[in-house]
Design a protein around this ligand. Structure first.
Ligand code: DC
Length: 220
């Protein structure tokens, strides 16, 4: 199987880049953040404290996540409800960033991701894909961008969706989530020596895809 691992902070462009790369190479693109977002949404919907391992552990078996692909588009199901739209809200961002720090949540999601990679050619993007989920793949990338550039990208997305937010709010939110993503005990975001680092501040999507594509060819 061909497994390409891409990690990086939120808003670095992992999603769009992985999408284009996957199409170019005819692979699936698995957005693992969608799984954590769906779990976060369950916690929000059911009044579960997403910071509490004890509370989340009690309901973990009731959270059934399924991923389907139709025409290469990922559909994420939370207990049979397609949550593709709902997981993009600021609430889902916040709750996913809380519950994704919990060991019980990461253990559950790890299994799903590794099963998928075992059976499919995939570009998988997230936070711990290069380090914990696909540690043995030779195709590892870390996409980065400055917090300001990422906040601007996120702001445009949210405004298009009709959310009423300011640049400062989005930047604060990004800084807070970066801190949580890089300081938690389990599955934290980190750049390792064997991952190829790309700062996307001054590149467009196609340029980033071209860089990754050429690195993959070098490593074949
Ligand atoms: O990539 P994203 O913004 O959709 O991710 C949502 C949250 O899930 C984010 O706070 C980090 C977390 N996450 C994670 O811990 N591990 C992953 N592999 C993917 C996402």
């Amino acid at each position: 199987m061909i497994n390409i691992a891409i990690d990086g902070p939120s808003g670095a462009g992992k999603g769009v880049v992985s999408d284009k790369l996957a199409k170019l190479l005819n692979l699936y693109h698995l957005d693992t953040g969608a799984i954590y977002r769906a779990i976060g949404l369950y916690c929000y919907d059911n009044g579960i404290n997403g910071f509490s391992e004890e509370e989340v552990l009690k309901v973990l078996d009731k959270i059934n996540i399924k991923i389907e692909f139709v025409n290469n588009v990922q559909y994420t199901y939370l207990n049979d409800e397609c949550v593709n739209h709902r997981i993009r809200s600021s609430i889902a961002s916040d709750y996913s960033s809380r519950s994704s720090a919990l060991k019980c949540v990461r253990d559950k999601v790890r299994e799903l991701q590794q099963d998928f990679a075992k059976n499919n050619n995939v570009v998988m993007e997230g936070r711990d894909i290069t380090t914990e989920i696909l540690p043995h793949t030779k195709y590892k990338f870390y996409l980065d961008a400055s917090p300001e550039v990422r906040a601007n990208r996120r702001l445009q997305d949210l405004l298009e969706k009709g959310e009423n937010v300011t640049f400062e709010q989005v930047l604060n939110d990004i800084n807070e989530r970066d801190y949580r993503d890089t300081h938690r005990e389990f599955g934290k975001l980190q750049l390792t020596k064997d991952a190829f680092y790309i700062n996307t501040d001054n590149y467009n999507i196609d340029e980033v895809v071209a860089i990754i594509y050429s690195k993959i060819n070098e490593r074949v």
